[in-house]
Design a protein around this ligand. Sequence first.
Ligand SMILES: Cc1ncc(C[n+]2csc(CCOP(=O)(O)OP(=O)(O)O)c2C)c(N)n1
Ligand SMILES: [Mg+2]
Length: 692
Amino acid sequence: MAVSEQVLATGQQLDTLCINTIRTLAIDAVQQANSGHPGAPMGLAPVTYCLWQEFLRYDPADPTWVNRDRFVLSNGHASMLLYATLYLAQVRRVGKDGEILKELAVPLEEIKRFRQLGSLTPGHPESHITSGVETTTGPLGQGVGNSLGMAIVAKWKAANFNRPGLEIFNYNVYAMCSDGDLMEGIGGEAASLAGHLKLSNLCWIYDHNSITLDGPANWSFSEDVATRFVGYGWNVTRVADANDLEMLARAIETFQKTTDRPTLIIVDSHIGYGSPNKQDTNAAHGEPLGDAEVRLVKKFYGWPEDAKFLVPDGVIEHFHDGIGKRGQGLRAMWCDVYAEYSQKYPELAEQLRFMHHRELPKGWDKNFPTFPPDAKGVATRESSGKVLNALAQNIPWLIGGSADLATSNKTTLKFEGAGDFQAGSYGGRNLHFGVREHVMGATVNGMVVSDVRAFGATFFNFSDYMRASIRLSALMEIPSLFIFTHDSIGVGEDGPTHQPIEQLASLRAMPNLLVIRPGDANEVTEAWRIIAQLKHSPVALVLTRQNLPTLDRTKYAAASGVAKGAYVLADAEGGKPQVILLSTGSELSLCVDAYEKLKAEGTKARVVSMPCWKIFDEQDAAYKESVLPSDVTARVSVEMAATLGWERYTGSKGRNIGMHSFGASAPLKDLLKHFGFTVDKVVAEAHAALGK
Ligand SMILES: Cc1ncc(C[n+]2csc(CCOP(=O)(O)OP(=O)(O)O)c2C)c(N)n1
Ligand SMILES: [Mg+2]
């Protein structure tokens, strides 16, 4: 092939050939798709090449190896950089059940289908679509947040699973990031917490290219990043030219030698051609170069100008001789150690197997509490804390924490040996995220893709702060667990700044996120039964601060109905109601009281508890009809939140009791009266629905 002839096959030139192959694959893919960002892959190709080829402990033959180094492309707009690297390193595809397939994760044909419907190369990296993509990135800042969770779990696994002479976990986490990642608040939250935790296994490589989409980065970004990170407690090092493979290698070696802090490598790069002498225009940045520019660029790289998707002879072989052989050797050595380990510690090995496949250990729901009827009752945050503590004792890899509200969220794991996760003592199961909701979300996601079951907690109102991360967990199809307490105006005196209104409706609108708002303590237990078994959906568990009655299940239906998302809790005699009351959470008992009143006056009512709309929506038509018979059109929903969406269940003749404004600061009993959450109001609306 012409190019190979042009380039002598000496070590250095082969490096250049490989780097330029990454660059031109990115250029051609973006050009063919007529969309995408060629600039960052062109600038960062040498950095990625150096890291993968020389350092990453990664075996392309098994991208699921549990002790592999993680590589996160937080600047996900540079996705072609990752796709090209996965292709050239010949990373294998992983099947649905985690089996390694013969096919490549990203074959060349898929690079040619960059950004096309159903391709393995979507616009931004998506971990549930492309093997070898560790986490979904694109929204800037999320990837670096995920990398924090990955590094936490790496430390946690090492502390809990390594045994003398048998070090089975010692992997590092590398995240590549851009100006945008470091401008975003979540990036700062992540850096602050990583520095605090002294996560020496975490390395961020910052593409300091002095440009963002709108123009020069200094239009909006002029702080001294190095000093900032030194302040966070990071080790900061600098490489003055992204093409300087030797200096890059030295920086990565410095990271590997640093044992007491995370490392930031600031790489000065030039967007576009990748030459320090050639600062090209914005055309090379966030959009395709155009045919003429593509030819010029290829000429600059010594590439045949007409060649498209060219992979010169020797390139794939060179990757094979580098990361391929090194990774294979490292994994083989690890497998030897692991063989001995699993013989000596079969229980631990079994745990790791369960973790990896998101399986539950035997007896995972033993000691789940059931709660006796109690008119005064208990807050669902409180009952949830009890179930969580039971579950966490049964699942040793269930870990998590709160954004400085653990005492309020009742999420502390209190049993013997649970411990705290802190700098230098990485075995604990209680994490302290500090007041950093957004990165708590991203961290939980990074933890979940690292094989633990992880949770994060805060007040429901602040779910907005972490929404972007929740959304990615839903998109990634991973079972992240978000626990939200203080779920309504029920918080009372804290007032409207702390009273969620639209959060339920907005989270219910999110695809693949289960929103569960249990109506009493026993529904909480059942909710956790569902949550524990989730493998591909995240959950928002929405809980009260205030007490609510524990319903008498000998009088009303069993809480096991929660498994179907909604169920008939109380019914009219003979099952033929005139009116249906639908509710969730703390308003469920209000509906039960209204039901009793209606019954006493001779009105046939039914109460439907609907803790999870999404699960109910997935039931078969017959079940749904049995819960909400279509000929009963007199329906009233009751929820202390925005009513948006309830019409789906209450229909055009239904009534919706809810919040139509922000809340107010006052004792709860006054708020209930003021906003109309009373038995009389529910009865009145039921009458109105019946046309009485
Ligand atoms: C949260 C978020 N906001 C906005 C964008 C859209 N966007 C994509 S790249 C980019 C900025 C590019 O600048 P930089 O981060 O420096 O990356 P570079 O172009 O230098 O690779 C923006 C704003 C995004 N991906 N995520
Ligand atoms: Mg930039």
